[in-house]
Each structure stands twice: as structure tokens, then as C-alpha cells.
Design a protein around this ligand. Structure first.
Ligand code: AMP
Ligand code: MG
Length: 473
């Protein structure tokens, strides 16, 4: 028996609507993630399928979609809301709160021009990347299950329906607060702030909570940059107030390094390019913080916002040192890292492959980098950079073996390359869950060796590069 502890529905009714799901036709439970154990649902596969798909209700559930607004691509977009996501309720297990939400469950009062549906392609991508980010130790929403259906869904072509059940402590986004502020719902804004404080921030003061949200967001951006993750649609409605990565759409990891990489084909201006993400994070926080202008002082808000670049830089510098395997702190370490990025960009070297291979580097031993030479040849820019790196390493007291071990804990061997995701999507389209399951094992432990997957740790084969991903999902 699932014990719900629904709290969102105690909030003012402006913030949500009760909804009924539209079940997928001929639903098939493709996968249930290991996260189910944390939630402690204890449902059989068939009961889980029937519940998530909306064929059966469970006593105590409350299906709702929430009202939020947002700035999309830098422009105020007004009301948006959960257009195809339905929360089934919140579950408390061992003191942890899990909100279960299905994405692709049909029309809601917030669907606007959309159909409320999701396709297999985007659902598999969200499923994989949520768990991949978890494996990379990056805060993220998680997933519970993946279901496919037989309904036609009209995108650029006709695709098949699917839904992802995703899980987070709360679905609250910057956009929920923007909704209250821009529509002058002062009481609702207050209730929502109180609610967030009470349930998700240990009852700290509003000021402390806002500082914490800024800090978490800054650290999240540093972590994204560190692994080369590009979100693709950093609109304010896609920013979690808990500092989680949410709403996986046209995301991508850097493959051949291009610092101005745009992973979303629909982002014509490159607003959300890889190297723009940290500053967009700050822009988004400004849109968020302004909502509290009548609850805390303007001075405080300005001060809190200006803590963002400081926290970001501190976190990012620390992650960069780890990537380089530096234990000591030297003033020019960040410069050394940036010069590596520029060199990788200039030579279009695979980001993940480079850092992992660099973990094998031994000073004065050219062969230790055979992996890189074999792929990229003798490039002067690379040789010059390695010279600087070698000089810096002379200040370290750790052995190259120990440095290698440390670096391999910080430089993943495997990331979710777009072509890998596509191989898995093709398999799921055929009704199989084999590749998905096998890959999850790799993605949960991306820093380890996985012998059967060795070839996937290499730079993306040229015929599989330049994969185009759009907003359509
Ligand atoms: P996204 O860019 O995916 O974050 O979506 C932006 C807004 O559009 C959100 O309010 C979504 O709920 C809504 N939306 C996206 N796709 C659909 C769809 N197929 N049907 C209804 N609403 C959608
Ligand atoms: Mg969204």
C-alpha cells in the first residue's frame, strides 16, 4: 500500500488544476529504474504500468498539473504550465520526499497549442540522461519508468507515443514564482515561498533560502561545464528551485570540443550555447530573484545575485583542478585549464576522450599519451600545452600513478553521446529494453572501465557526428 503525503495541493488553487490522464494505447512497460528501490513503491510491474499509464488509480493519489510562467529565449512568455506533465502525488520514504510525475500523459489545462504527448525518441533521451547525470554526480531529476504506446504522434514525422515517469522532491521551477509575481498574486507568492522553505529548505529564513538557491544554481552550472553538458533550453521555466537539472530535451554533451557549441537546432542565436550557460544561469536567477522584491530588500537581492559569479568561479576552479589532477593550489591553475580548453577547441579534440586520456599522462613519457597521438597526431598546440602542464606538475608531490587514479575519478570515460542514445532509441522502438538496460549499467558508473563498451569511449566516429537535435519532442 503506497502512503501518499501530498503537500502541493494544500497550496492556493491558483497554482494547480486537477487533471485526468489520457492513457497510452497498448502500453508496454519498457523499463523500471533502480530508483524504484529508493521510493519504496512495492508495486508489481503490471500494477505500476496501469497506475503510471492512468488506467488505474491508487487510493490517496492526486493527479494535478501546475501553473507556471517563464522567460523563453530571453523573452517573457506569460503563462506556460505543465502542458503534458501530470503529478500523481508525493510519497515519503525514510524521510525523503518523492514527487512522481508522468510526462506525455495527454492534454492538461496548460497544453496551449500542444498535444500533451511525448514520443519514444525524446522519452528515451530523458530517461537515459537523467540517470547518466546521476552517475556523474550531478544534481538531477530521476526517472522511475519508461512506457511506450501505439498512438501516432505528429512531429516532423509521425512517431510513436511514450511516457516517462520522472521523480524529484518537487517540480517547482523559477517559473512558478514568476507566475505569481507577474500576475500580481501576492498571497500565492507568499504561500509558495513559505511552502518551499518549510518542505525543502529545512525552514531556513527566506533570505537564507534565496542565497542557497543562488549557490546551488551556480554550482550546478559549474558541474555542467565540467562534464561538457549542454542543456539546450535554459528557459526560466526549466530551472529547478532545488538546483537540479530538469527538462531534458535537445541536450548534448560536448563531443569534438567547440566552446560555442549549440546543441539545440532551434536555438538560432546560440543563446544557450555551451559557453553561455554560466551567464544565462545568472540571467535566469535575476528573473527569479526579482519576484521577491516585496518580501526582501532590494539591496539583499542585489547582493545575493552578485554572489553567483563568485560561487560559480570557486566551484568551477576546484573542478578544473581535479580534472587536471592538481592537488596543490597555484595561482595560474585556472589559466592553464582555460588554455587547455582553447587548444581543444582549436584542434576539435573530443572533450571527454581528451581528459580521460590525459589521466594516463606521465611526464617525459610520450607513449603514455598514445591514445591521443593515435587519434590526433603530432599537433604543435597540444605539444606546447603539454609542456606547460608538465612544468606545473613538477610542483606536485603525488606520484603519476596516484594522480592517474584521482583523475579517473573526476574524468568520466563514458558520456551519453548522441549516437549512443540513438542506438538505444532504435532498440526501444523495436520493443526491446536490452540496450537500454546494458547502457544504464555503464552510465551509472561512467568513471569505471566497461570492457565491452570500450569503443564507445573513443571520439565519435565521423559518420555519426553532427547529430541534429531540435526542441520537438
Ligand atoms: P519545454 O520547452 O519542453 O520546456 O516546454 C515549454 C512549455 O511547453 C511547457 O509549458 C511544456 O509543458 C509545454 N509543452 C511542450 N511540449 C508539449 C506538448 N507536446 N504538449 C503540450 N505542452 C507541451
Ligand atoms: Mg519545460
Amino acid at each position: 500500500m503506497i502512503k501518499f503525503d501530498n503537500t502541493f495541493t494544500t497550496l492556493p488553487s491558483f497554482l494547480f488544476e486537477q487533471v485526468s490522464p489520457t492513457p497510452l494505447t497498448k502500453p508496454k512497460l519498457i523499463h523500471v529504474s533502480s530508483h524504484q528501490n529508493d521510493i519504496g513503491l512495492g508495486l508489481s510491474s503490471i500494477d505500476l504500468l496501469n497506475w503510471l499509464n492512468g488506467n488505474e488509480a491508487i487510493p490517496g493519489e492526486q493527479r494535478i498539473s501546475t501553473r507556471y510562467a517563464g522567460h523563453q529565449f530571453g523573452v517573457w512568455a506569460g503563462q506556460l504550465g505543465d502542458g503534458r506533465a501530470i503529478s500523481l502525488g508525493e510519497i515519503l520514504n525514510h524521510g525523503e520526499r518523492f514527487e512522481i510525475q508522468t510526462k506525455g500523459s495527454g492534454l492538461t489545462p496548460f497544453s496551449r497549442m500542444g498535444d500533451g504527448k511525448a514520443v519514444i525518441r525524446s522519452s528515451v533521451r530523458e530517461y537515459l540522461c537523467s540517470e547518466a547525470m546521476f552517475g556523474l554526480n550531478i544534481p538531477t531529476s530521476r526517472v522511475l519508468a519508461l512506457i511506450t504506446g501505439e498512438d501516432p504522434v505528429y512531429r516532423e514525422s509521425v512517431e510513436r507515443s511514450a511516457l516517462v515517469a520522472r521523480v524529484f522532491p518537487t517540480n517547482l521551477r523559477f517559473g512558478h514564482f514568476e507566475m505569481c509575481y507577474h500576475f500580481n498574486k501576492k498571497d500565492e507568492l507568499k504561500s509558495l515561498s513559505e511552502y518551499l522553505r518549510k518542505y525543502f529548505f529545512n525552514d531556513m529564513s527566506l533570505e537564507e533560502m534565496l542565497e542557497e538557491i543562488v549557490a546551488r544554481s551556480a554550482k550546478l552550472m559549474a558541474k555542467w561545464q565540467d562534464v561538457g553538458f549542454c542543456h539546450g533550453v535554459m528557459n526560466t521555466d526549466n530551472m529547478s528551485v532545488l538546483g537540479l537539472t530538469i527538462d531534458y530535451g535537445p541536450f548534448g554533451f560536448l563531443e569534438d570540443t567547440n566552446l560555442s557549441h549549440i546543441c539545440n537546432h532551434s536555438d538560432h542565436q546560440g543563446r544557450y550555447a555551451y559557453n553561455q550557460q554560466p551567464s544565462v544561469g545568472m540571467w535566469n536567477l535575476e528573473r527569479f530573484l526579482v519576484c521577491f522584491i516585496e518580501l526582501v530588500s532590494k539591496d539583499f537581492l542585489q547582493r545575493t545575485l552578485s554572489s553567483y559569479p563568485v560561487i560559480f568561479e570557486k566551484e568551477y576552479t576546484s573542478l578544473c583542478r581535479k580534472k587536471l589532477g592538481l592537488m596543490k593550489e597555484e595561482a595560474d591553475d585556472f589559466k592553464l585549464f582555460i588554455s587547455a580548453l582553447k587548444m581543444l577547441d582549436q584542434l576539435s579534440i573530443d572533450y571527454t576522450f581528451f581528459w580521460r586520456e590525459l589521466s594516463n599522462f606521465r611526464q617525459g613519457d610520450r607513449e603514455s599519451l598514445n591514445g591521443i597521438w593515435n587519434y590526433y597526431g603530432n599537433r604543435q598546440e597540444l605539444i606546447d600545452w603539454l609542456g606547460d602542464y608538465s612544468s606545473r606538475l613538477t610542483l606536485e608531490s603525488i606520484s603519476s600513478e596516484d594522480r592517474s587514479i584521482q583523475m579517473k575519478k573526476n574524468n568520466p570515460k563514458y558520456i551519453l553521446r548522441n549516437y549512443i542514445a540513438q542506438e538505444i532509441i532504435d532498440d526501444v522502438e523495436k520493443g526491446s529494453s536490452e540496450k537500454l538496460q546494458n547502457w544504464l549499467e555503464v552510465l551509472y558508473r561512467p568513471f569505471d572501465e566497461h570492457r565491452n563498451f570500450e569503443s564507445y569511449s573513443k571520439p565519435t566516429p565521423s559518420e555519426l557526428k553532427n547529430f541534429v537535435v531540435s526542441c520537438s519532442s
